[in-house]
Each structure stands twice: as C-alpha cells, then as structure tokens.
Design a protein around this ligand. Sequence first.
Ligand code: PLP
Length: 366
Amino acid sequence: MEIRSSALRTNYRRVRTIVGSRPGILPVVKADGYGLGMRRVVETLEPLDPWGYGVETVGEGMALRSYGIDRPVLVMAPIPPSEVDRAVAAGMRLSISSPGAVENVARAARRAGRRAHIHVEIDTGMGRAGLDWRRADEWGARLRAANDGEIEWEGVYTHFHSAADLGSRAIFEQVERFRAALGELRHRGPGRWMEHMCNSSGLVRSPELASDLVRPGIFLYGARRWPGVEDPESVVTVRSRIVLVRDVPAGTTLGYGATYTSSRHERWATVAIGYGDGIPRALGSGGEVIVGGRRVPIIGRISMGMTVVDITGVPGPSARVGAQVTIVGEDGGERITLTDVARVSGTITHEILTRLSPRLPRVWLP
Ligand SMILES: *Cc1c(COP(=O)(O)O)cnc(C)c1O
C-alpha cells in the first residue's frame, strides 16, 4: 500500500479553498486514519495547522495524545460511561447525545479538577446519535442545569445522512431542522458556540454550509469523486506481485468451490494478495487488476492470501513471476480507482480503505 503524503496535503488545501478561510478544519482520522495509519496521517497534516482532529473512540483520542498532539480532539460518537473519566482527563471533546451524558462529563470534570469541552450533537435524521431535533426546547434547559461551571459548550453539530446523493434534497431538510433546534437551544440553552454540519460530501456540494467547522474524511484520502468539483488527488495505491504463472489446459478448476473452470488453454497468474489483506472477496466476481499496463480479470474465488488472474494474451515480460500487479492505482495508462473497487464489491470507498489489513505494508511516499 503506497500512500502519497503530498496528495494528502493537496487535498487538505483543496478543502481550504472550497470552504474559504474562515471555517476550522477537523480532519477525520478515525479507524486508523481510514486505514492509512493515523499517526502518519496526523504527522502529515500537522504543518497545515488544522483546528483539531475527529475520532470515534476514546482509544483513538488517547493514541493522538500519545503522539504528542495537543490540539482539540473531538470524539464524534457516544462513548461508554466507563470511558468518560480518561477522556476528560486527556482533554478530549466529547459529543453529547443526552442530558445524562452531560451529567457524566460534569462529574468527570469535577473529579479531574478541570473544565471539560463538549459538542452537542443534534439528530436531524441520522438516527444513530444526538439529541432529537424535535425536542430541543426541553434539552436547552436540561443541559444548562447539568452544568455547574465545569463545562465549556464548545460546539454543536449535526450529521447528514444523504449528502453524497446529489439528487437528494434531504440535506436541506436536515439543515432546517438543525437551525430550528439551534434557535431553541440559543433561546433556552448555553449560548454561542461553534456550529458544524459538513462531512466531505456536505462541504463539496454545499460549501455555504461550512459554518464554523468542517469535518472532512474521505475527501482528504482522495477516495471519492463528485461531479462538478475538481477531483481530490488519489492518495492510496495498492499493489502486489505475481508469485506463480501456470499454463493450464481447458477443464482446469480454480479456487474454493471450484467456481471457475478454464474453457480453453489459459495462462493464470497467482498474485500474493487476498481477503486477508483486505481485498473484498466480492471482487472475485467481476473485478480486475492491471498487469503490464493491461486490465485482466480476477478469476475464481479470492483466497485469504492469493488471488488468481487470467493473463492469457499478456506479453511475457510483464506477466512473469515477480511482475507488479496493480489492484488500486495506475499502470501504463490504465487506472483502477477505489471507487471502481467499491462498485464491483457492492460497498463504499470508506469500507474498502478501512478494511485494508495490517498485513499490507504501508509505504509512505513524499
Ligand atoms: C466519519 C464522519 C465524518 C467524515 O465523513 P466523510 O464522508 O469521510 O467525509 C464526518 N462527521 C462525522 C460525524 C463522521 O462520523
């Protein structure tokens, strides 16, 4: 797995260009920096002076602290009550989805002898976390009552469920709900705080919603394209090598379940990568790789550490043992994107990236 630091930085700067100079940028580095390696991701972005970093677990936040990151770290999910103390002691920003959560944070802050910063999440339709937007009138007072001066109300946010679906108007309905809830909270609740809504798709399609802070993930990692917007630069390449070449007669079966049988004389190459490296097994039906600048089909079921491709007709030198195979990336003018892999595998690029396994060495390029 090759990762281009310069492309990661370029994409960060592109986010800055899209949203303008005012909003803070919170690179989302959850799930080990979308599988790239959180430590190297933040080391690469640090010189660009982001407002802070977004994670989902306290463990991820602790890892950032252990790398010496003392910027704000926002945990963008509810956490188990047993984790609150160490999160507050480490100065993490916790997301609040219930008045009970504020009370827990306030108690932890008293125990730690420090103020705790929180971001209140408003659920405007995502359903997995946040305070129900329809009940904002009662939340404001309850949030205020839970605070005895130990809580700093730093932010309030919501999350879009269909921002990536450019044909959907749901994003605007969610914005209206968010604004309505904010009006109630401002009236009855804690007052002025940072407002934020946008993930990558949100900020790309509606930069006017950037507000005080944006939370880009997948855009930074170059793994998605949006019509009408300059593509982010691709950051990740996945390559392997041919470890065996065989000429087989018609009638030779291949792989678990022997789901593939050669129909003529064929040349097969075994490639040293499989689902144990995070290559989706579903790519076995319809997936391709690039060998010597040519797209060739994956055949049979993908094994844990081996994938077989049909290289019949690919000229000798580029298809011999030791030759490079591109699963994601460019070779000789051919290109397979993460989006292609996600489409054939029936999933999204976020999942493809985050499941690339630790067995694949991460090679960071300038
Ligand atoms: C993961 C996540 C993001 C980033 O989403 P992308 O689609 O990768 O840009 C932003 N906000 C929240 C709350 C998230 O959970």
